[in-house]
Design a protein around this ligand. Structure first.
Ligand SMILES: [Zn+2]
Length: 256
């Protein structure tokens, strides 16, 4: 039986030329997960696909698949939002590229993860509407760990098991996603990052909220810097690789 899906919300994660006139497009689709589809004639600026298959673009697509193991065929693509600011503002573009790299790393072929889709869509929408790029990235990262099941644990110190007072600084263990209180911190500076009390409070508060409420949070200053620093280092450890697009910001210092 052929598989046909119509009007499926989808984000373009990647696209490359295939042969003389076709393109292979990598989509992150609602309800379906990541798929690669062949867009026939896309390279020859056929009307139905022109300007629609750029990365970050939000579409409603119709695809078909004739049998198991065959390639998905992109039949139609309706533009929902091209997120134009991501192409005209350099910082927005760079932050969107980081988000895209995490999506390519974490999404799988045909694995349905609606929360991850909603999170990516929220981040691109927020960047496009001019919300501070660093804020968007920080909030995205906190929820990304959450959605993937790697929520950092700030409930108790991993060493002594006590809960630090609400005004206390703690150390975040980027290798375990856990924290150590100041009293136990001697000799633990390797691979640990300092978090102000305000930072752990912000992260915990963001973790409690659904994606559509993220815009109510406005981390700034030290809190924002620490969230970005911890997230970057924690994700490098989780994925056991560097996040290349993060480097395109020249260095993280440039972003902070
Ligand atoms: Zn302790």
């Amino acid at each position: 039986m052929p598989v046909i899906r119509s009007d499926l919300p989808a984000l373009v994660l990647d696209s490359y030329d295939y042969g003389e006139s076709d393109k292979i497009v990598v989509f992150f689709c609602q309800d379906v997960g990541r798929i690669s589809a062949l867009a026939r004639g896309a390279h020859r600026s056929k009307k139905r696909f022109v300007n629609k298959l750029e990365i970050f673009t939000f579409l409603q697509i119709t695809y078909s698949k004739s049998r198991a193991g065959s390639l998905f065929m992109l039949d139609e693509a309706e533009l929902v939002n091209s997120f134009i600011s991501l192409r005209t503002d350099l910082t927005s573009y760079r932050v969107a590229s980081i988000i895209r790299e995490y999506m390519l790393l974490t999404t799988r072929e045909t694995s349905d993860d609606d929360q991850l889709f909603q999170l990516a869509l929220w981040a691109l929408h927020s960047l496009n509407t001019g919300i501070d790029q660093k804020q968007v990235l920080a909030l995205f990262m906190i929820k990304l760990f959450d959605v993937l099941g790697y929520r950092p644990d700030f409930s108790v110190c991993q060493s002594c098991g006590t809960r630090p007072a609400s005004h206390e600084e703690v150390l975040f263990n980027v290798q375990g996603g856990t924290m150590i209180c100041k009293k136990c911190s001697a000799g633990h500076d390797q691979g640990h990052r300092l978090l102000a009390a305000g930072t752990t409070m912000m992260i915990s508060a963001v973790q409690q909220q659904p994606v559509f409420r993220l815009n109510r949070f406005k981390p700034s200053g030290t809190v924002l810097e620490q969230i970005l620093d911890c997230s970057y280092n924690y994700s490098r450890h989780l994925f056991q690789r560097d996040i290349h697009s993060w480097k395109a910001l020249d260095s993280r210092k440039n972003l902070l």
